[in-house]
Design a protein around this ligand. Structure first.
Ligand SMILES: O=C(O)CCC(=O)C(=O)O
Length: 223
């Protein structure tokens, strides 16, 4: 395990699957997963609708929903491979997860804008567990006080490469203080699938739920 730490940032990184296992999981997910289309493949930022620069799907326990970027996502029933990966993550962390957000990047042009995973629906004590399969991609954390030209503090971003079969555990309070993004990397031609396992709380009063505008699209990354 590699410990990644900075002020308010606490992550663990490890190789969870061998190359052979990871190749096999990637192939199975390519066969099993169905990605969102239509409104579910968009985000809303300050009332404007944008298509997301990658494919996305949400799976989890029956009846769960998760609202982010202005859109409510329903959990599709777990597939056998997602269950296998979820169970491996639970064995490794001792934590249980009831929801997974899947992002598929067809190549290095697909990306994810800077955001935090800090929706009120998420159990604040549960880490977010991220499994990466396929092309290795850079992943960048930036402290919330060190974003943009007018930012109050100078703090170096924390950068890592997420390898095929790797596992990144984002422990609390990382997502309170640090934004993360998956930047464009034009030289990458191969696809990548990322799974972020989460614990979503049922029965929250929707009217009090924060809707975060700074996630997922380029237009929002400056907000
Ligand atoms: O693809 C990745 O590694 C980033 C995923 C991510 O940031 C998210 O699901 O919130």
């Amino acid at each position: 395990w590699q410990k990644i730490e900075a002020e308010g940032l606490d992550c663990d990184y490890a190789q969870l699957f061998s190359k052979e296992e990871a190749d096999n999981l990637f192939q199975k997910l390519e066969e099993e997963l169905v990605y969102a289309t239509g409104e579910e493949a968009t985000v809303q930022v300050f009332g404007k609708v944008y298509s997301i620069p990658r494919k996305q799907a949400t799976y989890g326990d029956a009846g769960l929903t998760y609202t982010y970027s202005g859109i409510t996502r329903m959990a599709c029933p777990w597939t056998p491979t997602l269950e296998d990966i979820r169970d491996a993550v639970t064995r490794t962390t001792g934590q249980t997860f009831n929801f997974v957000v899947v992002n598929r990047y067809k190549d290095g042009l697909d990306h994810m804008g800077e955001h935090r995973d800090d929706e009120r629906e998420l159990d604040p004590l549960c880490p977010i567990a991220s499994v990466s399969l396929g092309a290795a991609r850079d992943f960048v954390f930036r402290h919330r006080d060190a974003r943009g030209k007018m930012s109050g503090r100078r703090m170096e971003p924390v950068k890592l490469e997420l390898a095929h079969g790797s596992f990144l555990l984002m422990n609390p309070p990382t997502n309170t203080f640090w934004y993360h993004s998956l930047p464009v990397r034009k030289r990458i031609s191969r696809p990548r699938i990322n799974l972020t396992f989460r614990r979503v709380q049922r029965c929250l009063d929707r009217s009090t739920m924060a809707v975060h505008s700074d996630r997922y699209g380029e237009p929002a990354s400056q907000s």
